[in-house]
Design a protein around this ligand. Structure first.
Ligand code: BEZ
Length: 211
C-alpha cells in the first residue's frame, strides 16, 4: 500500500521488544517516528539504532515516540540489542517491532522488491498527534540515515502546525522563517504585528515566532 502525506497512518498490533502494542493507542497524543531497517546484526543498522538511542532525549523533549522495525523476530532483536549496547555505548531504549510475518512492512510499503524482495528498506515515517503522516523518506540499505535531520524536520512540522509560517532551506530551530504563501499581507499584519521583511511579494521573512 502506498502511503502519502496526509494519509492516516495505518494502525496495527505487533509484538515488540517492549511487549505487544497497538500502534495508535501506543502513540496516544504524541508525535511518532516509525522507522524500518533491513536486517538485524548488520553494521549500518547497528550504528543507526545506537545513534537513535543516544538522541532519544531529544525526541522525548519534542513529545515524539520512536519505534523501529525489521522483518526479524523480537527474539532476534533482543539478542542484537546486546551487541548494540556493547559497540555503540547506549542501550536501545525504544521498542523494536518484530515483523517476521511482514504485516507492518506490507502495510507501510517498506519492502521494495526492485531493491530487495525480502528485506525492508530504510523507511522513516513521522506521524502527527492526529495520526496523519507528516513525513515519509526512504533510504537505501547502504546509506545510514541522518537522524538529526529527522529532528530538524520535526521542529519545522511542530512550528508550522502552530503558526502560519514555512521554514526555508536548511532552516534550523531558532532561525528566521517565511510567512506562508496563503497568508495575505492584511492577515499577516494581524498575525505578526512585529512586522516582517518583504524580499519579494511572495517571500516575506520574519523571526521565528515564540511557541
Ligand atoms: C547494514 O545495515 O549494514 C546493511 C543491511 C542490509 C543490507 C546492507 C547493509
Amino acid at each position: 500500500m502506498t502511503i502519502r502525506l496526509g494519509d492516516t497512518a495505518p494502525d496495527f498490533t505487533a509484538d515488540t521488544t517492549q511487549g505487544k502494542i497497538s500502534f495508535h493507542e501506543w502513540l496516544g497524543d504524541s508525535w511518532g517516528v516509525l522507522f524500518s531497517h533491513p536486517k538485524d546484526f548488520t553494521p549500518v543498522c547497528t550504528t543507526e539504532l545506537g545513534y537513535v538511542a543516544k538522541i532519544k532525549p531529544e525526541f522525548d523533549k519534542r513529545n515524539v515516540k520512536v519505534i523501529g522495525l525489521s522483518v526479524d523476530s523480537v527474539e532476534s532483536h533482543l539478542k542484537w540489542e546486546g551487541d548494540i549496547a556493547e559497540t555503540q555505548g547506549t542501550a536501545v531504549n525504544f521498542p523494536m517491532i518484530g515483523d517476521s510475518d511482514r504485516n507492518v512492512s506490507n502495510l507501510y510499503d517498506m519492502i521494495h522488491p526492485n531493491a530487495n524482495d525480502t528485506l525492508t528498506v530504510r523507511s522513516v515515517f513521522v506521524v502527527g498527534p492526529d495520526k496523519k503522516i507528516k513525513l515519509s523518506i526512504t533510504y537505501p540499505a547502504s546509506t545510514g540515515r541522518n537522524f538529526d535531520e529527522i529532528l530538524r524536520v520535526i521542529d519545522s512540522l511542530q512550528l508550522t502546525a502552530k503558526h502560519k509560517v514555512a521554514t526555508p532551506a536548511n532552516w534550523k530551530n531558532g532561525e528566521d522563517v517565511i510567512i506562508g504563501g496563503s497568508v495575505t499581507d492584511d492577515d499577516a499584519r494581524k498575525l505578526f504585528p512585529q512586522g516582517w521583511k518583504t524580499v519579494k511579494s511572495y517571500l516575506r521573512i520574519l523571526p521565528q515566532p515564540k511557541n
